[in-house]
Ligand binder design. Sequence first.
Ligand code: ADP
Ligand code: MG
Ligand code: MG
Length: 252
Amino acid sequence: KPDFVIRNLHVQVEGKEILKGVDLHIRGGEIHAIMGPNGTGKSTLASAIMGHPHYEVTEGEILLDGQNVLEMSVDERARAGLFLAMQYPAEVPGVSNANFIRTALNARRGEGNEIPVLQFHRRLVQKMKELSIDPSFAERYLNEGFSGGEKKRNEILQMAMLEPRIAILDEIDSGLDIDALKIVANGVNQLRSDNIGFLIITHYQRLLNYIVPDVVHVMMQGRIVKSGDAKLAEELEAKGYDWLKQELGIED
Ligand code: ADP
Ligand code: MG
Ligand code: MG
């Protein structure tokens, strides 16, 4: 069962402090949601966890199963089981989905432990079936000519194949219609197990109608200012963020 701990995380971008002491503890089987207004540092948190070079950790720690994530390279983090579904997945011309996923999976498994090609394809076909993804998807070039919904669905397929220990979805709901949203949510719900913990970043409560989180955190100005259960998300949907700012005495 994964155990993911963030303690007092401070992160700077270009010399400016964006995260000002974030604490988070996600265990296998749990879904945590982070909500909050735009520009409060949600994506910064995701990037810092994955080791993006622009994001400098100046204080605090990140531990996965007791191991110091901050000492790991980007590749090592992926191998340890950290996964980030991008807010805007890039197109990679000339590389098929299947090849992209196989490369990523082999990077995760490590040298000398590559998955046999036939076994990979069997697993890919199986996962696509489970996620109601058309088999032709595998041979299409990565994200090229994909609709917004197809890109997001593809992220879910990648996640299902990589079997991360901690999966971070950053605004995977942005720009999705209800049908695409349901497919993405369905994928997450299928993957839900004690072997995986989720961190779902979203501006809107809508996605959380379909993926019911165990814990909801609100981030404002680089800190988690409130945590609660799924009801907190509904409250935010109904009342917006301003009442919370007032309640907590936060000024813009
Ligand atoms: P959110 O995801 O909550 O909308 P972000 O983490 O994207 O917020 O941004 C938080 C703050 O950090 C913003 O003020 C943003 O302008 C700044 N920021 C984030 N990434 C960068 C970057 N790569 N370069 C400069 N500023 C950045
Ligand atoms: Mg944003
Ligand atoms: Mg963001």
